[in-house]
Design a protein around this ligand. Structure first.
Ligand code: TMP
Ligand code: MG
Length: 314
């Protein structure tokens, strides 16, 4: 019996090693120096499980501003959906000044690694409501929005076409969960020809009166740190998301991590965080919070590679 033990275990080990080799996820993009992972083995296991489950079990949940859009281009900041509204067609110079002042006050708070979410919450509500009130005072016309988007420097990340088109082709739902302005981000996607039928949006939508003038914002306010609320009610009603317990989540803020909270019985959730700004100060918290962190990466190469791997199974 004793003589048999090594023979019994040797092949098992060999088989395991061969199996590991066979199942090792080969995604060269994950070897880039901009990619940080707390636990590579967990990432690989999750990816393998998602691949085995197949494309029809997958959904993608993504933030919009600074996640699907670029953070900067040629050294200048790319506008967020709120900042796209900074156009004389829509708002006055005085209003622009006030919105910029608010941005200068509150954006550093939003990304401050030294403050807790609890501290930030009331300040984010203050920021968003102040900006929305200023916008409502401007009598913004709905029919001017598309021109303002066209004249803006809005930019989706490099690789966006592959990202949107391949998800649409494979009929994988893409839920965009944004604290930006829904009407604006829809128009950005429309102009880039990527607002496909598999794309669903939860965001702050403008409420126009019968003459097409902005009078209010619809529904409960969404800001950076309350993305779990609202989702629960809205997501469960989306038929297309049913039976898709595997989630690829993309965000640029720690607040984006709760975007998948409304998913019923999630099985595998892989989170990717773009770390755009204040890199050294926030690196540790991002590595602890997201499965994959992308440092100053202006492309969608890594999400595209992950999706290509997950959907190549069957
Ligand atoms: P997101 O949820 O799609 O990323 O959109 C929220 C971002 O918008 C958040 O990071 C802060 C930014 N923002 C502005 O740039 N200007 C504003 O006036 C407001 C209220 C938010
Ligand atoms: Mg964002």
């Amino acid at each position: 019996m004793i003589y048999h033990i090594p023979w019994m275990y040797m092949p098992v080990r060999t088989v395991l090693a061969m199996w590991n080799q066979l199942t090792k996820t080969e995604i060269p993009e994950l070897a880039r120096s901009s990619v940080l992972m707390r636990e590579r083995s967990r990432v690989e296991e999750t990816l393998q499980a998602m691949q085995r489950a197949g494309t029809e079990r997958l959904q993608v949940i993504s933030d919009f501003d600074m996640t699907l859009t670029r953070f900067a281009h040629n050294g200048s900041r790319v506008p967020t959906t709120h900042n796209i509204l900074d156009n004389r067609l829509l708002i006055s110079e005085a209003c622009t000044r006030k919105i910029r002042q608010l941005l200068n006050t509150y954006y550093p708070i939003e990304i401050d690694a030294g403050r807790t979410v609890e501290e930030k919450l009331p300040l984010m509500v203050k920021w968003w409501t102040s900006v929305h009130d200023l916008l409502i005072d401007q009598n913004i016309r709905k029919d001017m929005l598309s021109q303002a988007v066209r004249e803006s420097n809005a930019m989706l990340r490099d690789g966006y076409k592959v990202f949107f088109d391949s998800l649409a082709e494979r009929q994988v739902p893409l839920l965009i969960f944004s604290a930006g302005v829904g009407d604006v981000l829809e128009e950005v996607m429309r102009q880039k020809l990527v607002f496909h039928p598999n794309v669903h949006v939860i965001s702050n939508y403008m409420d126009f009166d019968h003459t097409g003038v902005l009078r209010a914002f619809k529904g409960p306010l969404i800001h950076t740190f309350n993305k779990q609320e609202g989702s629960v009610q809205q997501v469960v009603h989306l038929k297309q998301l049913e039976g898709r317990p595997n989630v690829l989540l993309l965000g640029d803020s720690l607040g984006d991590l709760t975007m998948a909270d409304g998913v019923t019985q999630p099985q595998n959730v892989l989170t990717v965080g773009f770390l755009n700004d204040q890199v050294e100060e926030r690196k540790e918290s991002y590595i602890n919070a997201f499965d994959i962190v992308l440092v100053r990466d202006e492309t969608l190469d890594v999400p595209n590679a992950l999706l290509s791997y997950i959907t190549s199974g069957k």
